[in-house]
Every structure is written in C-alpha cells, then in structure tokens.
Design a protein around this ligand. Sequence first.
Ligand code: 3PG
Length: 433
Amino acid sequence: MAQDSNYVTVDGEFDSLEDRSFLTMDDYDLSGQNVILRIDINSSINPENGDLLDDTRIKRHSATVKELSDNNARVIVLAHQSRPGKLDFVNLENHGKRMSQIINKEVKFVDDLYGDKAIKEISNLKNGDIILLDNVRFDKEEIELSQFTDNNFKLQKNSGMVKKLSPHASYFINDAFAASHRCQPSLVGFTENMPALAGRVMQRELDFLGKAISSGPTPRIAVLGGSKAADSVAIAENFLEKGVERILTGGVVANIFLIASGVDIGKPSTEFIQKQIPDHNNVIDLAKKLLDKYEERIQLPTDVALNIDGKRNGTNVDNLPKNYSLFDIGIDTLVNYISIIEKAGTIIANGPMGVFEDSEFATGTNEIFSAISKSKGMTVVGGGETAMAFNQMGLANGIKHISTGGGACISFMSGETMPALEAMRRSKNLFSK
Ligand code: 3PG
C-alpha cells in the first residue's frame, strides 16, 4: 500500500501524495515484484538495414528501467515502434540491444507479446531481471481498441494482452509520456487491475510541463512558432487561460495572428496558410478572439524578414509589399523578444521563428533559441521538431527540460484530456484509499 511520506519532485520540491493526481514509483516498495513497464522508445530507424538512427528516447527510459532493476523489481517492458504499414514497423530487438549497452545489464528481447513464450519468460524472471516483449502494435487489438469511450477503459481492459499479462504482475508503470495521448490497451488497459504508477520519464514530463504552464517562477512566457499553427493557437489559448503571462509569436503562428489583427501579410504567405493550414478560417477566428481578450499578452512581430529572390530583406509589418513571403522575424522584433526572454522566470518554447533550415533566414530562430538556452529561468522545450532544432544548433544542453513527446506534448500543452494520464488518475483513486 502507499507509504505515508513526502514525494520528491524532479526539482527537489516536496509534494504530498494528496497533491498529486497520480502515483509514482516512490509510493510502493517494488523489490521482488513483477512490474509491467510501458515505455515509448519509438525511434527513427533506417528502413534499409533496421539500424536505429536516434537513441534519445531509449536513453531517457533506460534510467527508469535501470532504477527498477537496481531495486530488484522484475521488469516486463512493453513498447511500440511505428505503425502497421510503415517501413520502420519492426520488432524491438535492436532497441533492447541498445538499452542493454546503455545500462550495462541484459535487456532480454522476447519475440512474443502474451503467448506461451512470453508467459514462460515472465515466470522465469528473477529479481532485477529485465525482459522486453515484442512491439505491442504487432497485436491488432492494440490498434483497434483505442477509442476513448469514458467507460473506464473497459474495451482496453478486455483485450487479450491485458487479460493474459495482468495475472503475472503486481504493478503497472507508465513511463510512456510520448504516447499518453493514445488510448491503447498497453497504455490504459492495466490501470484498474493493479496500481498504475508514473515512471521517472513520465513524472519529469508532468512536473516540468505542468509547472511551465501553471506554477513555475514568474514571469512565465511562451515562445510559439513553426508551421503547426492550428495546434499553436490552441496551445496559446490554454497557456493564456492558465496564467502564462506573455506569448511571443513567430513563424506561421505569427502570420495567423497578424492576419487576425488586420495586417495584410501578402499573397504568398496568405496562400500558404490557405493551402497548408486545415480549417484556417476557424484558426484565424480563434486568434482574433484571443487578441480581443488578451491583446497586451500576445506579442506579434513588428518587423519581419521577407524572402526576396532568396535574400533576407527586413521590413516593418505596417508596410509590407504584397508579393513576397515572410521567412523570419525582423531585427527589432528579435531585440524586443530577447529582452522579454532575459527577464522571464519560466520559458516554454515550441516551434521556430522562421524558415531556419535556410541559413539566410535562420537568424531569428538562432538568436531566440540561443537566448532561451542562456536563460537562468526554468526552460522547457516541446518535443519533436523543436527539440531537433535545439539539438542541431548545439543549444540543447542549456535547456532544463526537453520533452520526449511530439503529439503528446502538443496535446498536453493544449490542455486536452489525455487518456493515459486520465487512466493513471483513476488508478490512484482506486488503489490509494
Ligand atoms: C510518437 O512518436 O509521437 C509516439 O511514439 C506516438 O506515436 P504514434 O503517433 O504513432 O501513436
């Protein structure tokens, strides 16, 4: 049963069990226990030879696996790789090998998920042993039973995997933050059968992302850019409601807000939005509503860099020519944004300021990301492309937390209900009484 003590969060503050909406690995003694650990090591893979091209997620989850093994738990790892039909939809053998190298312990790959072979391997586990079962998405039910019906995850609970594996474990640990927007059996099906605990990666993600949005040191600001403008405007709405004091916009996100504020951004950039942003009229409408309600808190570029025959050309937004694309924020905007970043207590960043892949238009993103990485405040970077950009620019080390989540991070930042987090919350209510 849950122990009656304090719980250390990643930054050393103490929260009581009552303050948390989920259980953690600190709440139970897991020594000698069979635990099902769901991780997300979905990675880039070379389809020609199956080699892993990126081991960031494997490294992050290795810490949880090692801690459990060092504490004498018997660890049954579940994970997915890609989706059916894709070239990188492969088994997890190479992932297991890489994890073994990282933690210097055997991570035994078993090419079965819940058949006789898997059950036999589980029965043979000794304290500290680790097995990695096969790609959970090789099981059709993992894909097909993924509706979030608000019916206590009954569908997923009745899947073959959950029914077969549950009798062989005492705890379910969900470390797969990056998949927590999915409602698949391996993520939500076990949580009524046994206590569901957040793993270390999950706990860190929830602590950092949660604090960056609602309770980190003030002033809390967000830098939102990139081309996924529909997501970013939804994120802006949630951030502003939750008390993020200021939003600095760049990229297509800024262009949407500029249109919403009545600026004609010119034909090419307008057409880009019309073609590339699904439902763009509604996105612009939401941007208008946000500007009406929170005008002073949403920062738009005052100048931009136009792409004129491949060259950078700085122009004030009041005076934009109609036939050139907006490819970066301008220098005045850059200086203004940096001064806001330097004073911020918490910064959450998602998306570049412009077309940074082209060196002519990389200045805005380079300078803003560099200022964020130098900040003494709590800095949090959204996963996926933004994380990749910080890595490519050699700025990742200066960031306090880089999310492992792509879609999951967007879902969390937008304030959506995430099935796997909801399942952990309900599990806590069920098991910590
Ligand atoms: C990711 O890479 O974002 C996660 O592993 C989730 O993958 P999915 O989008 O295929 O569910």
